[in-house]
Design a binder for this molecule. Structure first.
Ligand code: GLY
Length: 381
């Protein structure tokens, strides 16, 4: 498969997007055009991450300059506390300022990323021992709510402990990952999207979906967050339970894919000719599975199983889901929130980011910006 060509098409579209977006940040599309904002969405780090990946691939300074401008905007965002009252601070700053630190060793970017980790720690609830996803502390609807997506915000905390020597960030991340593993991951390796805990005791109350088909269903993007999130928790902790959870949730995902190996939006949604996909879930899962593979011995049969699954999905994404030449998006047929009718069959900036990260993993063994130490790579594709 020609991954290089797919990357080059993505780099070309991104170069055009720098001009088209003119300093604004893309979120999700509507009628094949990105909705742009001023850096007040949970998704804005993905645009920075795409710019950094394009810079690392091409060495072209225009991507670096555009990425640095986004980091400047993220500095203003934290200085003025703009839309940071949620847990997605990890998505925002891992791919913007942390990426800049990883690439350029820029001290200001390092300090900004530590400040972001401090902001995320404000959502740590010591009584219940979890990171509150949404809403203010004590909120009747969201005060005890954890969500599976948060697994991708934990790398910021692990990283901050490594940088500062303060174990508080990583201790919180581990306790949160353990709670997620215990209550969000179900006995059959499927996942709830969100789960309510008693805020005072941390005792389990009930699971609830937010973007999935129904309570108790398995929203495919949530399952993908689990795969990649637990794989990354393993990278930082080497706790084999996390790797095992990543593998089990990945196997659940792979075994339920349709013929073209790209996920529908919820594994429990009735399937007919109108059922929407979520290509972004498949891109995230591909990155997660490649992370898993890199920790497996060559003789492990799971290694072959997951490698074949990744190659099937990625081939399908490149051949059938990548956008046309002049599109703003990179990956089509993602779904943001089918329940609310919001961008149900569109491109979305995180789908674009994970698609490019997956291609860079395949072509360059580049593993994105979630962790910065090098580890022995066991797999060549
Ligand atoms: N983290 C929100 C989403 O995946 O839609």
């Amino acid at each position: 498969m020609e991954w290089k060509q797919a990357i080059e098409e993505a780099v070309h579209k991104t170069a055009k997007n720098i001009v088209r977006f003119n300093g604004l940040f893309p979120h999700v599309s509507e009628n094949q055009q990105y909705r742009l904002n001023n850096n007040d969405e949970w998704t804005n780090g993905f645009w920075s991450g795409i710019l950094w990946l394009c810079y690392e691939y091409s060495g072209d300074k225009k991507f670096k300059e555009a990425a640095e401008l986004t980091v400047k905007s993220f500095q203003e965002r934290i200085d003025n506390s703009i839309s940071l009252d949620h847990h997605d601070i990890g998505f925002l700053y891992s791919l913007s300022s942390k990426a800049q630190w990883m690439i350029e060793k820029n001290e200001q970017a390092r300090q900004l990323t530590i400040a972001a980790a401090d902001a995320l720690m404000k959502r740590w609830r010591p009584n219940g021992q979890y990171i509150q996803a949404w809403g203010p502390e004590g909120d009747p609807e969201n005060g005890g709510r954890i969500i599976i997506d948060c697994m991708l915000n934990l790398p910021l905390l692990f990283w901050a402990s490594g940088q500062t020597g303060n174990p508080a960030y990583k201790d919180a991340a581990i306790l949160h990952a353990d709670k997620t593993r215990r209550y969000i991951v179900r006995g059959d390796d499927s996942t709830f999207h969100t789960f309510h805990l008693d805020p005072e005791t941390g005792n389990p109350l009930n699971g609830e979906t937010h973007q999935g088909y129904q309570n108790g269903s398995t929203w495919t993007r949530g399952q993908a967050w689990a795969i990649y999130g637990f794989a990354l928790a393993y990278v930082y902790t080497k706790n084999p339970l996390y790797l095992e959870t990543a593998k089990r949730t990945a196997r659940y995902f792979v075994e339920r894919l349709p013929e073209d190996s790209v996920a529908y939006w919820d594994f429990c949604a009735p399937v007919n000719s109108q059922t929407k996909r979520d290509s972004s879930a498949s891109a995230i899962a591909a990155c997660g599975m490649m992370e898993i593979i890199s920790h497996l011995d060559d003789c492990d049969p799971d290694k072959i199983y997951f490698r074949e699954a990744v190659l099937r999905s990625m081939k399908s994404l490149v051949e059938n889901y990548a956008t046309e030449k002049d599109s703003e998006g990179l990956l089509d047929h993602g779904s943001y929130c089918i329940r609310r009718g919001e961008s149900p069959d569109d491109f979305m900036i995180w789908g674009d980011y994970y698609y490019l990260e997956a291609l860079m993993r395949l072509e360059k063994e580049h593993s994105g910006y979630w962790y910065e130490f090098t580890k022995q790579k066991l797999t060549a594709y």
